[in-house]
Design a protein around this ligand. Structure first.
Ligand code: GAR
Length: 187
């Protein structure tokens, strides 16, 4: 079976990054995570990459004059690493035209709601404020809309209450499995 090359983009804790990287190293996904891209040099995910021996490009957007400039650098890295699929995992930045032109149709994202409901930031909190009883996770293609690209996979769960942390906890357990399974199918 062909061995694929994937990149993960993240900004925070990196539990999805770790789930994907571990699944790759265990041979559950026929791929290697060859690059982590992180826009928060102090984020926990950067340490996780170091621990797992995965190369990391950590950058601060404010050190660049524009989104185009840092995305150009990212595209060069993706090309030089032969990346075939980009997995956004809590990457809290809008993907711009430079990345989309180079990698459009090869970028996926995981989002903690049943899209198209509750796109954007604080999806779980928005859903709780709305009083929803069925929460969920969506994996979708990334295009130039905010969380609006075509849906690849979704999973719902029932929850009655208003504890956002609890919803995040349930949701993340689903995310880790779902992201691994979806990447496997796509490859
Ligand atoms: C994930 O729960 C993901 O769904 C969410 O960020 C979290 C990152 O967690 N993404 C979004 O909200 C995107 N709009 P992690 O760093 O532990 O993988």
């Amino acid at each position: 079976m062909q061995h694929h090359r994937i990149a993960v983009f993240a900004s925070g804790k990196g539990t999805n990054f770790e789930a994907i990287a571990t699944a790759c190293s265990r041979g559950e996904i026929p791929a290697d995570v060859v690059l982590l891209v992180c826009d928060k040099p102090q984020a926990e995910v950067v340490e996780k990459a170091a621990r797992l021996g995965i190369e990391c490009f950590a950058f601060s957007a404010k050190e660049y004059s524009s989104k185009e400039e840092y995305e150009q650098q990212i595209v060069e890295l993706l090309n030089s690493h032969g990346v075939e699929l980009v997995c956004l995992a809590g990457y809290m930045r809008i993907v711009g035209s430079v990345l989309l032109e180079a990698y459009g149709g090869r970028i996926i994202n995981i989002h903690p709601s049943l899209l198209p409901a509750f796109a954007g930031a604080r999806a779980v909190e928005q859903a709780i404020e709305y009083g929803v009883k069925v929460f969920g996770i969506t994996i979708h293609w990334v295009d130039n809309t905010l969380d609006g690209g075509k849906i690849i996979a979704q999973q719902a769960f029932n929850y009655e209450g208003n504890d956002a942390e609890e919803v995040h906890r349930i949701g993340q357990q689903i995310e880790h499995k779902m992201y691994v399974e979806t990447i496997k199918k796509l490859l």
